[in-house]
Design a protein around this ligand. Structure first.
Ligand code: UDX
Length: 460
């Protein structure tokens, strides 16, 4: 059933327009939100999408933007990728084409059905277009609340002379940031391949997008990040809607850009409860060949069952990762390698007892929601911040630091899967899982926030 205005005048269908950032970790929550708004509020959704990395349009109306825009060299990949720079260029190149597409959709709009545009917080350029054309905007933050708090503090840390770090001295980089516990200075260096000026510009756009919106939607839950959410509400001066975990309202599985290999589910069925380590580093993180080798032998030597995702472009400068000789024999019957997994189902399987992750926010939240503790190996952007919260605040995992080396990996796997400390982390993670279920019940914090969000949308 489509949602309608209920003010007593003529009833009219409402439609929400969306513009996700075209990367897996951003597409998933936006399309989950689309599913949630449709499921909980009966709203129709139109998704504007860059003409690259476009997902399967299943279920929603899709409007490609920027056909013919030269995206070559724009998509970040590999260890030296400058993600922040790519975001700025993407905003520039998509802005004009989006203006044309949005105008066209608004022209076709019967009776002003389009209520608002929900835009990824990294797409300030698209928000400016919506402003120009008189369309109200809501911003979706696909990262954690803690990450947004850190981004909000970035300008003040620059003013204090702490950022960019004055030196690469390790003691200085380890300096705790009193205003942002449990973060250290090093956790605010989002990437070694992006210049400070580019990063600062990117965060300025991101914060502007939040402040200029009619509200910020965050994929998190009160029980996990209540004080961070309060800081955001105080600091931004716009309504905040903490409606996560979004994947629990709507799986948005159609948003997967890669084909999921579901044979691993049958394999998991044959494994003992809490025995398997799931290893995956999301859609963008990468490793070199030596790290692949050490990871392979670390997993093999741990003697524990594992399910490992080796994405086609996981290994830098190699299209096809090759596992070392002898690895298959050493792990036969105990290990499985796939190129892309149905991650939410994997983490929800009773056999999975631990997750070795890069701590992208989706992976972190999906793990928490299934009560799975983590080995953390963050690489860039928000991943270090997420890792610090997993380790220091929620105490449901620990960092695997420094150079990847097989002995260290073996030790970490055993610590998580075989030792008392790991069991305690699993228990705490399971407590969070229960909270993530309860927040979606009637009267729960996320359910209440979704109702408020729907009201807001219907008020435009
Ligand atoms: C990126 C950034 O790297 C991350 O730091 C930021 O928080 C979001 O954008 P990504 O690296 O892809 O995301 O990681 P993550 O946020 O964890 O998202 C990956 C998504 O892909 C998850 O929803 C996960 O379920 C899905 N996935 C991953 C699969 O479906 N199958 C897999 O095999 C691996």
């Amino acid at each position: 059933m489509a949602a309608t205005a209920s003010s007593g005048e003529s009833q009219r269908r409402r439609r929400v327009l969306m513009f996700p950032l075209p990367f897996q970790g951003h597409l998933n929550p936006m399309l989950q939100l689309a599913g949630a708004l449709h499921a909980c509020g009966g709203l129709d959704v139109t998704v504007f999408h860059a003409a690259f990395n476009a997902p399967d349009p299943a279920g929603h109306r899709f409007v490609p933007v920027g056909d013919g825009v030269p995206f070559g060299g724009l998509l970040p990949s590999g260890s030296d990728a400058d993600f922040a720079g790519a975001l700025l260029r993407m905003n520039e190149r998509l802005r004009g084409p989006f203006r044309d597409s949005l105008r066209q959709v608004l022209d076709e709009d019967e009776g002003g059905a389009s209520a608002c545009l929900v835009v990824d917080s990294n797409l300030r350029g698209m928000q400016l277009v919506a402003e120009e054309l008189g369309v109200p905007t809501l911003v979706l933050r696909t990262g954690s609340a803690a990450c947004l708090v850190a981004y909000m503090a970035f300008p003040a840390l620059c003013d204090k002379g702490l950022l960019p770090p004055p030196s690469q001295d390790q003691i200085q980089l380890d300096m705790p940031l009193n205003e942002l516990p449990p973060l250290r200075l090093r956790d605010m260096v989002f990437s070694t391949t992006t210049t400070h000026a580019t990063m600062a510009r990117c965060l300025e756009c991101l914060l502007e997008s939040a402040r200029c919106s009619s509200g910020v939607i965050i994929n998190t839950l009160q029980d996990l990040e209540s004080s961070e959410l309060q800081k955001i509400a105080n600091g931004l001066g716009v309504p905040i809607y903490a409606i996560g975990p979004l994947h629990k309202i709507s799986s948005g599985t159609e948003s997967s850009l890669l084909a999921q290999d579901r044979t691993c589910m049958e394999w998991l069925d044959k494994q003992e409860t809490d025995s398997v380590l799931y290893v995956s580093f999301g859609s963008l993180a990468s490793m070199d060949e030596k790290e692949l080798l050490e990871t392979a032998w670390g997993l093999a030597n741990s003697q524990r069952p594992f399910l490992w995702v080796i994405r086609h472009n996981l290994v830098q400068s190699s299209e096809q990762a090759s596992l070392p000789d002898g690895f298959e024999e050493a792990t036969r019957g105990r290990g499985m390698v796939v190129s892309w997994a149905p991650q939410q189902d994997v983490l929800g399987h009773r056999a999975v007892g631990g997750f070795w992750t890069h701590n992208g926010w989706n992976s972190t939240l999906e793990s928490i929601c299934e009560g799975v503790p983590m080995i953390c190996r963050p690489q860039f952007a928000d991943q270090m911040i997420n890792m610090r919260y997993v380790q220091e605040v929620w105490k449901i995992g620990f960092e695997l630091e420094g150079e990847l080396e097989r002995g260290k990996i073996e030790g970490a796997v055993r610590r998580l899967l075989c030792e008392e400390e790991g069991r305690e982390m699993r228990q705490r993670a399971k407590d969070f899982r229960n909270k993530a279920v309860n927040c979606m019940d009637e009267g729960g914090s996320s359910k209440t926030a979704i109702d408020l969000l729907l009201k807001r949308i219907m008020s435009f």
